[in-house]
Design a binder for this molecule. Structure first.
Ligand code: ASN
Ligand code: ZN
Length: 326
């Protein structure tokens, strides 16, 4: 196969240049070989179509042979490649890759330019599977009310950041460490989306997660999955929850830390905030770190980047305001 440029039609109808492969039989596949920071690793961004296969059969381990790459007879990807969510997944994975490369200096999920795999169009017992996840090796996406989860850059960034976290802090996906893992995924997913869309941090909607999945029947604040601006259902104090519910409430308690991190991004230079939060997770967290550890980690990362006294005070206030004391 040889690298080629094609055109993709997103779910919202917009078109974009797509990095694809031309296969020996003349067809085109969603394989982007253009981005690896260290080309010798040959890392690619590959997008596959599960064609409504059961999500539990797709989860875990490498992509199996019965799940084909998203393929088009011509260099235009539309129709089934749009409705499956493949075009959006392929474009958004590249955007996440570029954010980590350009803003952070990280080469992909594993930091070594390894291939990034996304599987779209999974189902749950023949119905829409209204979620997305990182399974330890790849991203997997379903549909919510008919809309592919991969249309949300915040969702794609969230899932890929789970992979980054697995390759670095290794935060255990339970209780406080799990909620912290969630908060870091929410932070980076949403940071990428606001940067990409040019949304001002002062916009009250800047904290919404998953708002691009909304179909207009409800106000965005009600339809979004979460709000890092302490909006609807914001969690105030950490509540221990039994492990059989949401891994100990990892999505329930995550907005406590996510809210603090988003405050930091609102009140510091956004690029500096992104570098501080990334560094805190890379250098100062361990698998069982909790909320107080995160406060300490962010403070240490900020000091190591020689931020101003005023910025340090802002960071302290963000955690104070979310009940995470020094
Ligand atoms: N979308 C969810 C997440 O990535 C799926 C899960 O519960 N792991 O947090
Ligand atoms: Zn998550």
């Amino acid at each position: 196969a040889s690298p080629a440029q094609g055109t993709g039609v997103r779910v919202d109808g917009s078109e974009a240049k797509l990095d694809v492969n031309k296969e020996p039989d003349g067809s085109y596949t969603l394989v982007d070989s253009t981005r690896a920071m260290y080309p010798r690793t040959g890392g690619q961004i590959r997008t596959y179509d599960a064609n409504r296969k059961q999500y539990t059969d797709v989860a875990g381990g490498p992509v199996t042979d019965d799940i084909p790459l998203s393929t088009s007879a011509s260099d235009r990807f539309d129709g089934a490649n749009t409705s499956s969510g493949a075009v959006d997944a392929h474009l958004n994975a590249a955007k996440v890759y570029e954010f980590y490369k350009n803003r952070i200096g990280r080469d992909g999920i594993d930091g070594k330019g390894g291939t990034i795999h996304s599987v779209v169009n999974v189902a749950a017992n023949g119905k829409d599977y209204a979620n997305a996840f990182w399974d330890g090796s790849k991203m997997v996406y379903g549909h919510m009310d008919g809309v592919p989860l991969s249309v949300g850059l915040d969702v794609v960034g969230h899932e890929m950041t789970h992979g980054v976290t697995e390759h670095s802090a290794g935060l255990v996906y339970l209780n406080q460490s799990g909620a912290l893992n969630e908060a870091i995924s929410d932070y980076f997913g949403n940071a990428m989306e606001t940067a990409d869309k040019g949304v001002a941090m002062s916009d009250p909607k800047s904290g919404l997660i998953g708002e691009y999945l909304c179909n207009g029947t409800k106000p965005l604040e009600e339809c979004a999955l979460r709000d890092l601006n302490d909006g609807r259902n914001a969690q105030k104090d950490y509540e221990p929850i039994t492990l059989d519910i949401d891994n100990g409430g990892v999505h329930y308690n995550s907005t406590i830390v996510g809210g603090a991190l988003w405050d930091i991004r609102k009140n510091l230079d956004t690029e500096l905030a992104d570098r501080i939060i990334y560094r805190s997770a890379q250098n100062y967290l361990t698998p069982l770190s909790g909320f107080t550890d995160m406060r300490n980690a962010v403070t240490l990362a900020a000091k190591s980047l020689k931020v101003s006294k005023a910025d340090l005070a802002t960071i302290g206030r963000a955690f104070d305001d979310h009940g995470i004391e020094a």
